[in-house]
Design a protein around this ligand. Structure first.
Ligand SMILES: [Zn+2]
Ligand SMILES: [Zn+2]
Length: 392
């Protein structure tokens, strides 16, 4: 039922949502039905995240801080791909309720909102990939909107719990999702305290509280955001398509490296339930390797494989592509040969016809018929052997 919509644009409402993301005077489905538009006040924490990187001007750098940022990038990228995506969004493996809570805490450090918000929007993407309802299709909304714009839009802020009932039944997950600022603040504070401690306990490292905050939190988290966002923007534009899916998802080796295996996006769009996105050993998928290791500890279990039928489909597609490439290339080769040979042959023919010798030959053809006698000299032959003086 449609009712007149009043967008929640009040300053107060947006400020409260910094803390309580579920605060709203309208239900999610109503906000979801609104047109896209940037909610600048709501986005201020996101702007601060990027602006915080400039803190490096004052804190400087140290190898310890830089390597902390790099390590936290990959540790948290694993949380994005292995937990937000392959657990909460697609349930490609199982864990205990307590294990699930720990996983949700871990994803909280990525500062990509709550696990339920993430899963809701990602499932929505799979349902509407590259159609007008898709919140971040580069084909529908353009590259920059797919990369970063959609996350600032007021219609994409709420979590519709009615669409993720399998997750919303756990109050601890709903609480972490609702107050999604808690874990990032604790994480940033911990980094600052660690840096402050090391400044006095291990001065040889050359770090400080401010430096670890800037490198470990602001810079690492900002790069992490853009690495994650590249899946929404680039993987529907760059790379190859193994499967003929209804969207424009693609497989990219480079993006697989940046995102620990999420670059095999066309594979994933074809079969979402598998724990692995790289379907073959040469399709590097560090997230899958990490999850496999984790399964040996008993913390997670029930990793889902790629079904035989999907591999058969992939083999058929590969064969079809090879045949098409071979056919095209052989035809193309012949076309290219003809393109080279035909004009050259035509030019030679024209040049030959126009030479004086050729003209004379044509003229002779108009005279008496030439009779070829294999036992004697050829009539009309102008060689000295056939001259009258030689016969005498
Ligand atoms: Zn996609
Ligand atoms: Zn997915």
């Amino acid at each position: 039922m449609n009712s007149p919509i009043k967008p929640t644009r009040s300053l107060f409402g947006s400020l409260v949502q910094w803390i309580d993301t579920d605060y709203s005077v309208e239900p999610p489905e109503v906000i979801r039905a609104m047109p896209d538009g940037v909610n600048w006040v709501r986005c201020i924490p996101f702007v601060i995240l990027h602006a915080g990187c400039l803190g490096v001007i004052w804190t400087g750098w140290s190898w310890f801080a830089v390597w902390t940022a790099v390590a936290l990038y990959f540790i948290r990228m694993f949380a994005v791909t292995g937990v937000f995506h392959r657990y909460f969004s697609h349930k490609t493996y199982s864990t205990s309720r307590f294990g699930q809570f720990l996983l949700a805490l871990w994803t909280g450090t990525t500062v990509q909102r709550g696990a339920l918000w993430w899963a809701y929007h990602h499932r929505h993407h799979h349902q509407h990939s590259d159609d007008p309802e898709d919140a971040h299709s580069p084909h529908v909304h353009g590259f920059w909107w797919a990369h970063i714009g959609w996350i600032t839009s007021k219609r994409n802020f709420p979590t519709d719990y009615s669409k993720i009932k399998d997750l919303a039944k756990y109050p601890e997950l709903v609480w972490l999702n609702r107050f999604d600022i808690v874990v990032p603040v604790l994480f940033a504070t911990s980094l600052f305290l660690l840096g402050s401690y090391l400044e006095t306990a291990a001065p040889a490292l050359g770090t400080s509280g401010g430096q670890l905050l800037v490198w470990g939190f602001f810079i690492s988290t900002t790069v992490l955001f853009h690495g994650t966002a590249s899946i929404n923007s680039f993987t529907h534009l760059w790379g190859n398509r193994r499967f003929n899916t209804t969207d424009d998802s693609r497989n990219s080796f480079i993006l697989a490296l940046i995102t620990l295996g999420e670059g095999w996006h066309n594979n994933h769009h074809r079969y979402q339930s598998s724990t692995r996105n790289g379907f073959y050993w040469w399709e590097i998928d560090p997230t899958y390797y990490g999850l496999k290791l984790l399964s040996w500890t008993g913390f997670i279990w029930g990793l889902k494989p790629v079904p035989k039928s999907i591999y058969e489909e992939a083999a058929q597609n590969a064969h079809r592509d090879t045949v098409a490439r071979f056919s095209l290339s052989s035809v193309q080769h012949e076309i290219n040969t003809l393109r080279r040979v035909v004009p050259t042959a035509a030019a030679i023919a024209i040049a030959t016809v126009n030479t004086p010798e050729a003209a004379a030959q044509f003229k002779k053809a108009d005279g008496p018929a030439i009779h070829k006698d294999v036992s004697g000299p050829i009539v009309g032959d102008q060689s000295p052997a056939s001259s009258p003086s030689a016969e005498a």
